[in-house]
Design a protein around this ligand. Structure first.
Ligand SMILES: C[S@@+](CC[C@H](N)C(=O)[O-])C[C@H]1O[C@@H](n2cnc3c(N)ncnc32)[C@H](O)[C@@H]1O
Length: 291
């Protein structure tokens, strides 16, 4: 709630979540540890090590734990509430591990898979295309088993399902997401006008807390590392550093022209028309052979 004290909780997320009240939180955003195996060969992220915890579990153990965490989050979020879960596709010994593999075993309704195009990422192995994308799963807790729920306002819904912004720079945490990411999630669902509590169960350097505070919400953040919680406190105390990003993001949620206006003006609406196809497809002269 607005003016309610924000909370930085030190400890293991599953243990803490089990002690949280049912239906007590409005919205959450997080990025879990990813089980990167730290320095194991074959992973696209090398030498990302957290202070205070090991990111080396068997994949089975990691997924079981994530299912438990996600189900506790489902209990804690209010009905009709959303949770945004950022993860990447990974590989182990050549086999692709998709996050939906474990998300589909949880209680959540998956509303959307959003592609986060980071545009840049560490690339240590060359046996596949350079992976610059991550995923954001928009998870929804239905009310009375109704899975559709309230629609997004059109100024948010007109953003596409591909989010393109670079990762955070100048942040000593080894794996932060940029402020834009939780900002877009929370702003799209709640706007700026309500009272709400935002939760990040793997708070890290506090990026979700920054987004929550910029929008005027209170938040609860959990992390196993005291060092990261101290860093989060420090970053959140300097909210003014993020004003420019905040304003840039808000501008993206202003509708320049509605669908109807575009249609009336004969502008691109996302629908295929003969004209649109002509402008999208390269035209090959008939005189040239194709192969
Ligand atoms: C990918 S990072 C989150 C980064 C965050 N989104 C940010 O922008 O800084 C994952 C975090 O999970 C924390 N963590 C790892 N295992 C944990 C556990 N069992 N309980 C709570 N936090 C944990 C790590 O300390 C790390 O800060």
């Amino acid at each position: 709630m607005r003016n309610q004290t924000d909370r930085f909780i030190l400890g293991d997320t599953l243990m803490i979540l089990r002690r949280c009240k049912t239906n007590s939180v409005d919205i959450g955003v997080t990025s879990p540890p990813y089980n990167k195996q730290e320095d194991k060969k074959g992973w696209l992220v090398k030498n990302v090590k957290y202070v205070g915890s090991s990111d080396k579990k068997t994949e089975e153990q990691y997924q079981m734990e994530q299912i438990e965490v996600l189900n506790e989050l489902f209990r804690v979020i209010k009905p009709g509430g959303s949770f945004f879960y950022n993860h990447k596709v990974r590989w182990e010994k050549g086999d692709l591990i998709h996050p939906m593999h474990w998300i589909s075993k949880t209680l959540w309704t998956v509303r959307q898979e959003i592609i986060w195009d980071r545009m840049i990422a560490a690339n240590i192995r060359g046996w596949r295309f350079w992976q610059v994308d991550e995923r954001i799963y928009w998870l929804y807790k239905p009310v009375n088993n109704k899975k559709i729920g309230t629609e997004l306002k059109s100024n948010h819904a007109l953003l596409t399902s591909i989010w393109r912004f670079p990762p955070e720079r100048n942040n000593p945490h080894p794996a932060p997401f940029p402020v834009r990411l939780p900002l877009r999630c929370i702003f799209s669902i709640l706007g700026e006008t309500q009272k709400a509590v935002v939760l990040d169960p793997y708070l890290g350097s506090g990026t979700t807390g920054i987004a929550a505070k910029l929008l005027g919400y209170s938040f609860v953040g959990i992390d196993i590392s005291k060092e990261y919680l101290d860093l989060a406190r420090k970053r959140i105390s300097r909210l003014q550093d993020y004003n420019e990003i905040f304003n840039q993001e808000k501008e993206k949620h202003i509708v320049q022209k509605t669908f109807k206006e575009r249609k009336t003006n004969g502008e691109f609406t996302g629908r295929f028309s003969k004209e649109n196809i002509m402008t999208m497809t390269p035209i090959i002269p008939f005189s040239k052979t194709l192969f």
